[in-house]
Design a protein around this ligand. Sequence first.
Ligand code: FAD
Length: 412
Amino acid sequence: MKTEKVDVLVIGAGPAGSIAAALLNKQGFKIKIVEKEIFPRFVIGESLLPRVMDHLDEAGLLERIKAEKFQEKFGAKFVRGDEICDFNFADQFSDGWKWTWQVPRAQFDKVMADEVARQGVSVEYGSVVSTIEFNGTKSVTTVVKPNGGEKKVEARFIVDASGYGRVIPRMFNLDKPSNFEARRSHFVHFTDGKRPGGIDGNRITVIVHEKRTWIWIIPFSNGTTSVGYVGDPQFYYSLPKDPVHLMRKLCDLNENTSERFKDEEMVMEPRSIEGYAISTKKLYGDGFVLCGNATEFLDPVFSSGVTFAMESGNRAAKLVTAFLNDKSVDWERDYTQYMLQGINTFRSYVTGWYDGSLHDIFFSKTTNPEIKQQICSVLAGYVWDLDNPFVKKHEQLLQTLSKVIRIESTIE
Ligand code: FAD
């Protein structure tokens, strides 16, 4: 069997894989991406955070993506009954991007991967990694090609960006359960004929349906809109099983979706994902690094998934570059600890969302504007800015602030 030799094999052509491949390619390495699906392929994760713009820019992908004219995203609106909390990225603590996009991922990921290929990376679609053998300074990966035949790829390093596929964690028993409870999400893309005019119609809206159940509405520039419900599995027990009936029923349950989507057409079959939160025992090993969802995925509520995918792809590419240039690399400090800094910050916010303390903060009438700017930077993805107290002391400050707000509201 023929063996192809590359410097770096990247598994998966999603955001983590594309960013890593683009940066490594710029360094002059021979890169191959092996991707299981034929693009465009559906994947959920449509609301981006401004932090991704830094990564797209550095990887040389930004200008190509701008040309797609995706829906621009300048902030996020949170709604609970008639209470509204609006975050504008222009009004944030950290010195970063003030906007980003809401994207149908099939199109977004294809444009990125095509641009990476145009820049010189070999991308093989419909090709599935089946086994990997690590031996000393190289690895040999068996890839099943679209025609069912096999080929071998010898690589000096592997970047596993296989997302929910979790190729290396599954193959080498690295999966670790998340400390978050399992939740279920049910979602679809609708036509959106009654989309409100102005900023409100285009802005991502996150609605508190019940304390532990929430809804996303993510409008796209092509006129369709992504609508998803997220809740504990029990929330769904008494609801219809059929995906279409379930989606209609869910929309009926909340005033923010009932009228707007009542007669709208579903432009795809609604899908459910359950128990998506997952972690891993380690983020790197001899000859490989894990990126994006192949590492840890928390929860969709703050749209952090693609940001972590790109951040880890960027970081991994820089460390792999140093490693392949025979420089010493402190993977524990410069990869694991770095990534965990951001992941743990969002972990506190996700915990606060589901225990209700973040609802107290978001919907408080008395939140000080400076604090709101600091929280806004977290929601923009700037979770490595340790000058921001709501990053540096994320857990402690959120809990303290929500207690103060609760006490104040009992005094009023
Ligand atoms: P992916 O985008 O999943 O790409 C991995 C690629 O690897 C895939 O194309 C796959 O085909 C390929 N692959 C898998 N196995 C193999 C194999 N054996 N061989 C070769 N290739 C393989 N994130 C956000 O930022 N914003 C959101 O609004 C958001 N909403 C979400 C809503 C829900 C309900 C869920 C569950 C997640 C959401 N996310 C969101 C998270 C987002 O989906 C992921 O974090 C993001 O797609 C991760 O990117 P990635 O590059 O790591 O993986």
